[in-house]
Design a protein around this ligand. Structure first.
Ligand code: COA
Length: 246
């Protein structure tokens, strides 16, 4: 669950740190972040995959130069860009989609700010974050799924996060994305476990977490937004040592 107002890692919003908007922070962020954006994705060539199904949305995807991070049977996960702002804002202003987010629906400007943060800080500093989720058959932007770093109890946890357009719910797409994200994370990141965090009433998120092999870690995690359930999965033995340790 992404809480847009908070910008999870370190739990200090950059506004509070330096009193500027994220947009104004861009040059500062560029100067303090460790070198150019790290791209460790295994790009597989969107053009090759999608050319036979050319349509308006597919063409839009073809002109998007972002590398593919993850590809599944029905989905492509690629880096978000500012060109995704309209599509993301349309999802974030939907009260049903945002029902279980403590900060509720988001305005266009709030979505812009989150998108800038994802690009500048998550991609720039961590090399991962939330990714545009594209329905391969049509090229439609159907949501954003990915990985979010959190500081919980002095430890960095990485959350598998998912949010889809409601017209795509109930087709197993979140489970398909989450499975691939778990696989990707354990194959590429030096982390021992992944978590999912959601409001106790969010049964869809609970189902997705369980279906990707997570089990309850905490049923009593409380922060300023209230109670959350936290599910987790440990790094499988077969992945041990497959990613470089810091
Ligand atoms: C959570 C979400 C991503 C699930 O997407 P999805 O593609 O519908 O999920 P799947 O089709 O893979 O289904 C997973 C499980 O959730 C269940 N589910 C799907 N939509 C549901 C709903 N609206 N209410 C209750 N359960 C639901 C499915 O039945 C399935 O469970 P089952 O196989 O045990 O029956 C989607 O509901 C969503 O985007 N919600 C809004 C954003 C959100 O709350 N994100 C999570 C924040 S922590």
């Amino acid at each position: 669950m992404y809480r847009s107002g908070e910008f999870r890692l370190g739990s200090v919003h950059p506004h509070q740190q330096v009193g500027h908007s994220v947009r104004n922070l861009r040059p500062l962020l560029k100067s303090i972040l460790p070198g150019p954006v790290r791209v460790f994705e295994g790009a597989t060539g969107l053009a090759v995959n999608m050319r036979p199904q050319l349509g308006a949305q597919v063409n839009a995807e073809l002109s998007n130069p972002q590398p593919i991070v993850i590809e599944t049977e029905r989905l492509i996960l690629r880096r978000l860009t500012m060109a995704d702002l309209d599509a993301l804002a349309a999802l974030y202003r939907d009260p049903e989609v945002r029902r279980y987010f403590p900060d509720g629906t988001q305005t266009y400007e709030q979505t812009r700010e989150e998108l800038e943060w994802i690009i500048d800080v998550y991609y720039g500093q961590y090399g991962y974050g939330l990714w545009a989720t594209i329905f391969k058959e049509t090229g439609a932007f159907v949501g954003r799924c990915g990985l979010l770093p959190w500081e919980i109890g002095g430890r960095t946890e990485v959350e598998v996060a998912f949010l889809l357009d409601k017209s795509y719910w109930g087709r197993g797409l979140a489970t398909e994305a989450a499975r691939a994200i778990v696989e990707y994370a354990f194959a590429t990141l030096p982390i021992e476990r992944l978590i999912c965090m959601f409001e106790p009433e969010n049964s869809a998120s609970r189902s997705v977490a369980a279906k990707v092999g997570m089990t309850m870690l905490w049923d009593d995690y409380v922060d300023k937004y209230g109670l959350s359930h936290v599910y987790a999965i440990q790094r499988p033995v077969s992945h041990a040592g497959s990613a470089e340790r810091p």
